[in-house]
Ligand binder design. Structure first.
Ligand code: FES
Length: 277
């Protein structure tokens, strides 16, 4: 069992938890994820490692309450326990040799983007973070991004925080003003990552995206997390849990990933309703 040592509401639908998991904390790297089960009958859900503390042996996760399991997880309180907490899984984000990077985060994807920005910043890389939310009340990790970035661009859909507009508009503005990046790292909704990649393709900038499809075993056995890359005109199947979650954004078939992501919406809605009633 894994103890919840801290719980904090970041906004009305996003919660941060720090979990005592020394073996995971010892090896975790930015970009990796864990799979947890809330209780012994619970489903397995993947969540990205948002932070870790090797001394205290804790791992931070940040989750959005979107379905039955995250609803159940959110009902757990500080001092409570989780049934399973397995990891770290997946390949860490490659940051070696990068001197100037634009980190683009959308919504709760900022929880994944933040540890990457922090790592790049600690390695002496110039980090331009562009973060976007629907509105001010949904903003998370503003201070953390400010501390981990050389430059921070804030955007919101309704203009209630930072400038009104999309993260892609902010990135275009930077690129058109002559900023040059070794790499763009984009993490957020699939549609956001798709359009960031379309833009960076225009400017010929290598782009990494973090894919977060449905996962079951997290070990490359079930095929649940499969996605397609288009490499030299050929369609290649990859598994996000073992080959990712990071991929070359210019190769990902986002339309297929969005169609697969929508396939289970009715089941998820049904399970969520059962949990809430
Ligand atoms: Fe089963 Fe990736 S989660 S293959």
């Amino acid at each position: 069992m894994y103890k919840i040592v801290k719980k904090r509401e970041l906004n009305p639908t996003v919660t941060l938890m720090e979990i005592a998991a020394p073996a995971v904390a010892k090896k975790a790297q930015p970009g990796q994820f864990i799979i947890l089960r809330v209780d012994e009958k619970g489903e397995r859900i993947p969540l990205t490692v948002a932070d870790y503390n090797r001394e205290s042996g804790t791992v931070t996760i940040i989750f959005q309450i979107v379905g039955a399991t995250t609803e159940k997880l959110n009902h757990k309180q500080e001092g409570g326990f989780l049934q399973d907490f397995v990891g770290p899984l997946g390949v860490p984000t490659h940051t070696e040799g990068l001197k100037k990077v634009a980190v683009v985060g959308g919504g709760v994807g900022c929880a994944i983007a933040y540890p990457i920005a922090k790592k790049l910043h600690s390695e002496g890389c110039e980090v331009h973070s562009i973060v976007g939310f629907r509105s001010k009340d949904l903003v998370i990790l503003e201070e953390e991004f400010a501390a981990a970035s050389t430059r921070l661009c804030r955007r919101s859909d309704d203009g209630s925080w930072g400038e009104k507009g999309l993260v892609t508009d902010a990135l275009r503005k930077l690129l058109e003003s002559g900023e040059k990046y070794d790499r763009v790292i984009a993490i957020g909704p699939l549609i956001m990552m798709k359009f960031v990649c379309k833009l960076t393709k225009e400017f010929d900038i290598p782009t990494t995206v973090s894919m977060n499809p449905i996962m079951i075993d997290g070990t490359g056995m079930c095929g649940g997390c499969r996605l397609s890359l288009i490499q030299e005109g050929r369609r290649v199947t990859k598994f996000a849990c073992v080959d990712g979650p990071d991929f070359d954004g210019h190769e990902v078939d986002f339309d297929e990933a969005m169609a697969r992501g929508a396939m289970y919406k009715d089941f998820e809605r049904h399970a969520h309703e059962e949990t809430c009633n």
